[in-house]
Design a protein around this ligand. Structure first.
Ligand SMILES: Nc1nc2c(ncn2[C@@H]2O[C@H](COP(=O)(O)OP(=O)(O)O)[C@@H](O)[C@H]2O)c(=O)[nH]1
Ligand SMILES: [Mg+2]
Length: 168
């Protein structure tokens, strides 16, 4: 008997400017991005949707708005998620929004992976992210160059599948 095709929902979290949209775009060049701008041109709300086939499975990626006040949108989007990815800017100190996200996600009982993004930059410090997120696997990636993006998603998908389908 073959392995059944699964639809996997992954929600992508992270602070504004961490690289969530770039990460989803690197995986799916046809991904959709919704942005609404303020009068001053800054983003007030942004969401992303992408999909990618990995082996027999379809992975659906939902990017959430980064700002704290969009907590309601995060809660709606995260219903029924099979896994969560947190994108972090490795060239900056870990921010409070991201630390709060970690605390919230830890209570969800689903697989979680951290993407330490912008590792193409000379000042990226993925080990600093590892130190701040000791509970989760941390993958050093660059959404800009594509470095390690798909391999990290594949590794995370294996983890999700082993959590869903208990080994005999
Ligand atoms: N150097 C570098 N810049 C990146 C990378 N990923 C995203 N960026 C830049 O960071 C900014 C924010 O990226 P975006 O994907 O819009 O972040 P979002 O707000 O989390 O969706 C943009 O200027 C991107 O070009 C990366 O891997 N390396
Ligand atoms: Mg975005």
């Amino acid at each position: 008997m073959g392995v059944a095709e699964l639809k996997i929902k992954i929600v992508v979290f992270g602070a504004y400017n961490a690289g969530k949209s770039s990460f989803i775009r690197a995986l799916d060049p046809f991904s959709r991005h919704i942005e609404a701008e303020n009068a001053d041109g800054s983003t007030t709300v942004a969401m992303d949707f992408g999909r990618i086939r990995i082996g027999d499975h379809s992975v659906f990626l939902f990017g959430t708005p980064g700002q704290e006040r969009f907590e309601f949108a995060r809660k709606v989007l995260s219903r029924g998620m099979d896994g969560a990815i947190v994108v972090v800017d490795s060239t900056r100190d870990m921010d409070e929004i991201t630390m709060n996200l970690f605390q919230w996600l830890k209570t969800r009982g689903i697989p979680i992976a951290v993407m330490a993004n912008k590792c193409d930059c000379a000042d990226a410090l993925p080990d600093q992210i590892r130190a701040k997120a000791p509970w989760f696997p941390v993958h050093a990636i660059s959404a800009r160059t594509g470095m390690n993006v798909e391999s990290s998603l594949r590794a995370f998908l294996s983890e999700i599948l082993s959590a869903r389908v208990p080994l005999p």
